[in-house]
Design a protein. Sequence first.
Length: 621
Amino acid sequence: MSTPAANATEYDVVIVGAGVSGAMIAKQLGLAGKKVLILEAGARIPVNTNDFMERFYKAVAKVPEVPYTPEVFTPSGSLTLTDPATLNAGRPNTMTLSETTWKDPKVAYMDQQGTLPFSSTYERIAGGTMRHWLGTSLRNVPNDFRMYSAYKKFVDWPLSYDDIEPWYEKAEWEIGVSADKSTQNYLGITFPPDYQYPMKPIPPSLVDDAVTKAVTGKSFDGIPLVVTETPAGRNSQPYQNRRVCAGNTNCIPICPIQAKYDPSVTLNMALDTGNVTLMVQTVASEIVLDSNGLVSQINYIQYEDNLGPATGKGSVTAKRYVLAAHAVETPKLCLMSKNNGRTPKGVANSSGLMGQNLMDHPLYLAWAQAAEPVFGFRGPLATSGIESMRDGDFRKERAAFRIEIGNEGWNFSIGDPWTTTLDFINGWNNSQLNPKPPSTSAPQALWGPDLVNALNDGFSRQFRLGFLVEQSPETSNYVTLSTTEFDHLGLPRPQIVYDLSDYTKAGFVAAKKTADAIFDMMGATQFTTEPDASDPTAFEVDIDGKTQRLKFFGAGHIVGTYRMGDKPTNSVVDADQRSWDHKNLFLVGSGNFPTVATANPTLTIAALALKAAKTLLDDLG
Ligand SMILES: Cc1cc2nc3c(=O)[nH]c(=O)nc-3n(C[C@H](O)[C@H](O)[C@H](O)COP(=O)(O)OP(=O)(O)OC[C@H]3O[C@@H](n4cnc5c(N)ncnc54)[C@H](O)[C@@H]3O)c2cc1C
Ligand code: SF4
């Protein structure tokens, strides 16, 4: 148990959450000599990554959450999902998105009450959700910040691309991004002439080369198809005492050699300043206000074992407070903070918007076999994408998207190499690669050289495309407090109401048509399956007069629940990420994005966190 040093020291700033946004702020404040305390709900980062690796190796299902605590399965090694009511700091996991589990509170942490399941997950462990991120570190395009001005859709951000540009630079150096600015200056993105990314790009894969060869010079629906290398938070050369990426395609859920950035890097630097204290296994439970409407303390509950009893309660005070608990737990904490009935709507919620406009980049997945080998299952999970479809006049009518080119064969799509291997050994055909030959009664069961040849041919030509679709902000998609489901500390679990709008679904239709066109250009054979009607993530769309079912996946990009704006009536925080209602309270992380934009969110989260750190330092003097 970490020492509750909370009351012994006078803190300048208390931060709730030790993910990327909390760690970035703590480091900047610590370097400037400010005294900082971080309350972190999850367990401490182990001294050795092998602790995480061991849990990953032994896990029966290699879902993104398994290397990390709390255990997805209890007892460890079994297939029994841990009951979230028994956990002190629970979190959602991807094992609970099936027809039978997504609404079952005995296994699903989130109390899902919407039409569709919210399908993204997050971590509650020091280092946060970025422990299992992919590393994609793109900038938003300028029009992402001005959707209303450009297209009369949704809202503008209260800051522009030019305002955030210097903070993008700082975030890229903090994370350690490998890229070349000569390839990233598309759709209005600009860089100062003397700026360089910290490291040269990660080389494109053979899958990238095959897609590039097929689409270069071609357009679809009037939009050019341009393959661009993806800026990555992974080392292409030694950086910050970490090694170069070895290219073994395990980035999600864990990079065994820490070539991929995760916030423990920044958190350790923050702790090394000597000014930052981290209290782990400490769940912030209430934000307390004084009679002037300022935050006067944050209450917390501690535990030693995530499945054990609470071991203590306490409170901390500081001059400033920062909530960095991510876009579901931050609004949950604010809504829980009722101050003995003095704030019945919770804290920072005079607008009534707290928890609303929950968004993601719901993902359309399409997979195919190339005509010639493209040798997937090598390199980081993705090294290039098609970014040219992220902006255009079409955004007046439908959602934009970026296309991620996957290097991991059909691992994401159908669970390969296992599914196809089992098919050819057992005479099954779950992969569709082992159809029944005409004169036989069943698919082939092979062995010896025939098996090896079939697998080599099958795997070497597999690839997939992932379309990250821009979701429209809707007040009808929200996080609130469950009135029926609680965690082991007695705190309400998040209740979620979620659906996809017609604007977002129209983006899916365009994504499907684009996938079909790219596979045609490549001469590839498509294997994307239509989901069953019973699949909770399936929805119907009209494609050229024909009703078809499409399916979405969560991208892990949880956005929008305490939006930033230019006045207290239309937003929760201002452009400095300061609560309109309580001047000594800041809410950082992607919850403050007014729209989901078209880049994976974390570089923007990091840039905004660094900007908030500057505001805090200015405030503190
Ligand atoms: C599978 C997957 C892949 C992803 N890949 C990418 C990618 O390639 N690129 C990208 O840009 N983004 C990616 N993301 C998203 C990225 O991980 C998140 O945007 C990022 O981690 C959010 O950072 P954060 O600091 O706001 O929140 P988090 O990292 O979630 O940190 C929040 C912290 O707060 C703590 N906390 C929560 N509640 C409390 C409480 N009550 N008291 C105290 N502490 C609390 C949590 O334990 C946690 O440590 C991915 C996400 C997933 C799930
Ligand atoms: S490819 Fe391997 S070494 Fe490179 S970042 Fe991913 S997991 Fe780490």
